[in-house]
Ligand binder design. Sequence first.
Ligand code: GLU
Length: 325
Amino acid sequence: MRAAVVVTALAMVLAGCGSTLPAQPVDSSSTVTVPEPPGVAGAPSSSTATKPPDTTCDATASLRPSGPLPPPGQMPEGSTMARIVQRGRLIAGVDQNTYPMGFRNPITGQVEGFDVDMLHAVSAALFGDPDRIQFKAITSADRIPVLQQNQVDIVARTFTIDCARAEQVGFSSVYFSAGQRVLVDVNSPVQDIGGMSGKKVCATKGSTSLDALTKVASHPQLVAVDNWTDCLVLMQQGQVDATSTDDTILAGLAAQDPYTKVVGPRFADEPYGLAVPRTDTDFVRFINAVLEKIRADGTWTADYKHWLGDRLGPVPAPPTPRYLD
Ligand code: GLU
């Protein structure tokens, strides 16, 4: 009986049925697939990638505040703000990967950053409480769809104001003036975007960064991902040579990886706005009144110093708001 079991087991192994022996000899010369973040694409997916920048509108001119802010909790009847106060919380689209603008603090689990502080100011004006916020983590490419589908009341996510976007969402006045630069390996000889010819450069899908890269004279090879930290991982794995986006975001990546450095001048202006569904013009005016207040009372400067310090040079004055009417 025992001999029969042994013979059967041996026969299974010889027939390739054993679970521990490979059916085929392993080819030691075969290459291992390098793991990569989900959503990596070789070509820009942005619909505006090949279009020239749209300068047909005065995109950074927003809607003037309609007067002083109403007391918290006492919003005009029928307004977008009254609906939000009635609900009891502000629903906000944010980044949870981008230190120091919008990121999840790994120690506390809280979403924090400069963009998030803008939301605390809006929440304080609505509710008298800076923390009545429900955060929804979104990618660069999610920003317009979540607003158009009314999944959020507001997006605060390194969102550059431009004409194409202003046709689809409502923007506040400019609350931050960023600019696009390049992040490379600390030992790289590359000095600016002009040196990226034939090199692989990473940016997120749905970002103005990716669009701008399609227009630079050095014509780098583009790698598109979902999150900015995916670009850092690809650089660390040697799968791309550089990341190019706003100096705010690059400063945060460089702070997380001392083997990287930011190089070259700004080659695109990136004025940030808080964004809301396009028809919520009353909320745009309200947000602009909140921004007026935090520019004037020192909150903006304190937030800037706290999150960015002198990483981008001397602390600037808050951007001056511009209004259409
Ligand atoms: N500011 C740029 C944009 O709005 C890049 C930032 C980002 O994608 O998060 O597209």
